[in-house]
Write a protein that binds this ligand. Structure first.
Ligand code: ADP
Length: 469
């Protein structure tokens, strides 16, 4: 089952990790406890056995002394009831029992006997007659280099086992409580920490395409959620701008299409109102054709921009001699320039060829040169030049026209944007020429830029990547 709430998942993770840590620490603590209890017991057994062996060595007796209680108290801190002390001869035979020394007989293992014959002590844990095993130490008594006796000291492991069991019981009792407390606390913390996310989700749900101006609440705390809210708000701003531009674009496009259609419709209605001479009809048709040309030019431009936006502008790439193309444009636009009383000239024209779509490049250059002529008052001049700089072909169109303010220079490449000055001059145009020029330049891997001084003129530079030869 997949758990959908991050809070629940965090709590599960947290509690699992805590359980693991608890078990691990518990295990380590238990191990240390067992180790230290065993070591303490062995040390105490060794102490008792040492004293007994010492006495046996000095006195030469194999009798278990009567002050065993005191001895155990010295080394263990108390005298256990189920203690065990016994003496054996070097061959492992038991000496007669001494009543107060022990509660039960424990075996002497062959291994302990063998070790003792080599002068070594042996610690063993053995089953005893009681319900708990016993720990015994067999120590040889060495006198004049010979093993004369064996001392066996032992004690039931009851206390140790009980302490171990108590430890486990305490752990088992504490663990569920600790986990419940930690899990509950974790769950509350996670919920508290994630509450802003819920609020954000609700707010984001409210923001639809119609309410893109709404923003998520930022807490200014600088934490992850605040950063997320900031990022989402920035994204919303960009979306809002994009939506706004899209709406503006559709409104402008419809408006621009509406004007020629209204003119066309009006002219035809007037023509049909009363019978006309063939010349009059011809006049109406010619004017109608002009409007249709405007519409189809506009639609063509819109289509090109839409394709470029969608990244599907198809370029018929061939080698294009830019000098030749610019020359052609020069010839074509000379007439237009003449009509405007503007002198069109060419400056340095280097031979540069690029891989490009000739028709699209022609449209780009025509738009820019046409603008230069349009926005240059009579008596001014427009100069075309072509150079190359490294891997770039530079096509420059300079005019001595009305120029553009810094602010306008940044906006003229936007769709349907026309500078105030241009509108007031009542020049024909809809504000798509430069957007198209930019799209074509970019589709060729190049760009278009402008430098201008209001009242003095502008220079548009088209940069196109050259063919590597
Ligand atoms: P249009 O020429 O149809 O208005 P464009 O996209 O070609 O549209 O140009 C956008 C605007 O840029 C123009 O309206 C004009 O304000 C400005 N512009 C373009 N070329 C020049 C120029 N050479 N000198 C001054 N202004 C220019």
């Amino acid at each position: 089952m997949r758990i959908r709430s991050i809070g629940a998942r965090l709590t599960i993770w947290y509690t699992s990790l805590l359980t693991l840590t608890f078990l691990l620490l518990g295990g380590i603590a238990f191990g240390l406890l067992v180790y230290s209890l065993s070591r303490d017991m062995d040390t105490a057994l060794n102490g008792v056995a040492d004293v007994l062996a010492q006495r046996a060595r000095v006195e030469g007796s194999a009798v278990v002394p009567s002050d065993v209680d005191e001895l155990f108290r010295r080394f263990f801190g108390f005298s256990p009831l189920d203690r065990h002390i016994e003496m054996f001869d070097p061959r492992g035979r038991r000496y007669p029992r001494q009543p107060p020394s022990h509660s039960s007989q424990l075996p002497l293992s062959p291994e302990a006997l063998k070790n003792a014959s080599q002068g070594l002590p042996t610690f063993e844990t053995v089953e005893s007659t009681g319900s708990y095993p016993a720990r015994i130490l067999t120590m040889p008594v060495i006198r004049a280099g010979r093993v004369t006796n064996l001392v066996q000291v032992g004690m039931s492991l009851e206390n140790m086992y009980k302490t171990r069991r108590r430890f486990i019981l305490i752990m088992a009792a504490v663990l569920p409580f600790a986990l419940l407390l930690a899990g509950g606390g974790g769950w509350l913390l996670a919920r508290r920490a994630l509450k802003p996310v819920d609020r954000m989700t609700q707010a984001a749900r409210r923001i639809s395409g119609e309410h893109l101006d709404e923003r998520l609440q930022e807490t200014a705390s600088g934490d992850e959620l605040d950063r997320l809210a900031k990022t989402l708000n920035e994204m919303l701003s960009r979306l809002d701008d994009a939506f706004h531009q899209m709406r503006q674009f559709s409104a402008d496009a419809s408006h621009e299409l509406q004007t020629p259609l209204t003119i066309l419709k009006g002219e035809m209605e007037v023509a049909l109102r009363s019978p006309r001479s063939p010349e009059e009809y011809q006049g109406v048709l010619e004017s109608g054709l002009e409007e249709i040309d405007r519409i189809s030019h506009l639609v063509e431009g819109l289509l090109l921009l839409a394709r470029a936006d969608a990244g599907v502008l198809r370029l018929d790439l061939r080698s294009v001699e830019l000098k030749e193309l610019l020359q052609e444009i020069y010839e074509q636009m000379k007439v237009v320039a003449n009509d405007h009383s503007v002198s069109l000239q060419t400056a340095s024209m280097e031979a540069v060829s690029i891989q490009g779509d000739r028709e699209h490049l022609r449209r780009l250059l025509l738009n820019v040169v046409d603008n230069a002529i349009k926005y240059t008052p009579a008596g001014g001049s427009v100069t075309l030049s072509l150079q190359h700089d490294g891997e770039w072909a530079l096509l420059k169109i300079s005019d001595t026209g009305i120029g553009l303010s810094q602010e306008e220079q940044e906006r003229i490449f936007s769709r349907f944007h026309r500078a105030t000055e241009a509108r007031s001059r009542d020049e024909k145009g809809v504000g798509l020429g430069l957007s198209i020029a930019r799209s074509v330049a970019e589709a060729h891997g190049g760009r278009i830029q402008v430098e201008s001084t209001p009242g003095q003129g502008s220079t548009f530079t088209v940069l196109l990547p050259q063919t590597q030869t």
